[in-house]
Design a protein. Structure first.
Lengths: 216, 268
């Protein structure tokens, strides 16, 4: 059973795999012709490595049975802070309401958002145990961002497409979005927050986040 | 194949859908475009009604469908579950094939036809997925996807009673799929409902845990499912092509503040 629920007929996956060699050829040809600057090509490689390491470390934390729940949470927190642009994601999730928020509200929101994300991820990651991931390809989409496509597979279920959008910032790589079967987590988050703000205002969203983080 | 939203959107009696569609199409015409910034964000002008139906669906799901799906999943041997899913897929072949063709996808149509003949014979009607061994994995299509390929927009978001997340376009698709299905004309109403229920339970059994997980980690489950439904449909329309790139603002604060609002706030 797919851990994240959004499985689809495997045809498209197998198609993607079939096209991977072609994509690589195209990509290397493009960089050969100087269409893509070599800096970008280097960054796709680095992004690939970065996602591989992040994945390996996550699986390590997930499968190390000597960790207590609290240990595991600490490790997830470290992974999140080191590997993800949490504040950027949080600001994106608030959309245009970010600008209307006061400095104090922004600060509280970003704090609550990180706790919220940490809770979600630690819960959803539990579903990943026993699964393995393979990097399929990586592709630069602009000067700073690269999409690293992976497949998550486990027994008895078709592989799940998981794409990481990795951004280079100040010489550091950070994940800015994860797409599961083409579904963007930050778009989903923003859509949910917008709906809450539309109904109950920014304060309503903060109250919900406060309650959630207190309860979990 | 498990698919969170398909479960409730494929089978439906054309007879029951007729009057509903008439209402929806009128609604679609009366609301040709999104009005106001807030609506633009969510394109859900019927939100109060949708939320009411959503609550009812959750109630029915919790009371009846989820327990059934979990029973089906936990009690029936996996091989038997695969067989049920396979037979249901074989029965659904005409609809998938018609939509493959209507979308101008002869390769996918050939694959659908190949699966039908191989699984229908060697696979004993779909009990065994022999075609997958021949590198012919299954896929699904519906008329809502065909309309999207033809360029029709969503219309607006809709939650259908018992069937769940949908849109004006996808509801029309449901009705047309029922007409495209030869079995509609050779089965009784009761048989059609039974088949729909079987399919719903089969698909729900694969996603029930994920759904519960999403509900637990959502601040607004309705809004989350609405976004997931739309994004998943978009992904299906692309047939596996890469999704469009969302403009994520720069990591440094200053750049973020100077970004154009439209860039920050796309529809989904």
């Amino acid at each position: 059973m797919p851990a994240l629920g959004f499985s689809r007929p495997s045809l498209d996956c197998s198609r993607i795999i079939r096209f991977v060699p072609a994509l690589f050829l195209l990509f290397s040809a493009a960089s050969w012709d100087g269409v893509l600057p070599s800096a970008q090509a280097a960054s796709t490689d680095a992004s690939r490595k970065f996602v591989q390491q992040l994945g390996d470390r996550t699986i390590e934390v997930l499968s190390n049975e000597s960790y207590s729940d609290a240990d595991r949470m600490d490790h997830y927190r470290a992974l999140l802070q080191e590997g993800f642009a949490v504040d950027t994601i949080g600001r994106f999730a608030l959309g245009r309401y970010w600008r209307a928020a006061t400095a104090a509200l922004r600060e509280e929101y970003l704090f609550l958002f990180q706790e919220f994300v940490l809770d979600i991820y630690s819960k959803r990651l539990d579903g990943f145990s026993g699964k393995s991931f393979t990097i399929i390809k990586s592709k630069a989409i602009d000067e700073t961002d690269t999409i690293v496509s992976t497949e998550l597979s486990g027994e008895g279920s078709p592989p799940i497409r998981v794409d990481y959008r990795v951004r280079e910032h100040d010489g550091k790589l950070l994940v800015v979005d994860i797409l599961v079967e083409g579904i963007s987590l930050i778009v989903t988050q923003r859509s949910e927050f917008a709906s809450i703000i539309h109904r109950d205002g920014l304060e309503g969203l903060l109250e919900k986040l406060r309650q959630y983080t207190k309860a979990n | 194949m498990t698919n969170i939203f398909h479960l409730k959107t494929r089978y439906f009696s054309a007879r029951a859908l007729g009057p509903l569609l008439a209402v929806l199409m009128t609604a679609a015409c009366a609301t040709p475009s999104m009005n106001g910034a807030a609506d633009e964000v969510v394109n859900d002008p019927l939100e109060p009604m949708n939320r009411a139906i959503f609550s009812f669906n959750q109630f029915a799901e919790g009371l009846l469908f989820k327990p059934l799906a979990m029973l089906y999943r936990d009690v029936l041997p996996p091989e038997l579950q695969d067989a049920v899913g396979g037979i249901l897929e074989t029965l659904h072949t005409p609809v998938i094939l018609a939509n493959d063709l209507l979308q101008g996808e002869p390769e996918r149509a050939a694959e659908t036809l190949g699966r039908f003949f191989i699984n229908g014979t060697l696979g004993l009607g779909g009990i065994f997925d022999v075609a997958a061994e021949f590198d012919m994995p299954g896929h699904s299509e519906d008329f809502g996807q065909t309309l999207a390929v033809w360029g029709l927009g969503e219309g607006m978001y809709l939650v259908l009673p018992l069937l769940g997340p949908s849109s004006v376009r996808d509801s029309i698709g449901l009705g047309v799929d029922a007409f495209l299905d030869p079995l509609t004309y050779y089965t009784s109403f009761g048989e059609r409902v039974g088949r729909s229920a079987a399919r719903g339970i089969d698909e729900l059994s694969g996603v029930v845990d994920s759904l519960d997980e999403i509900e637990r980690t959502s601040l607004d489950f309705y809004a989350t499912l609405r976004s997931l439904y739309r994004q998943q449909r978009d992904d299906q329309f692309r047939n596996g092509a890469a999704p469009p790139v969302v403009p994520i603002p720069s990591i440094s604060f200053e750049d973020f503040d100077s970004l154009d609002e439209d860039q920050l706030f796309q529809v989904n």
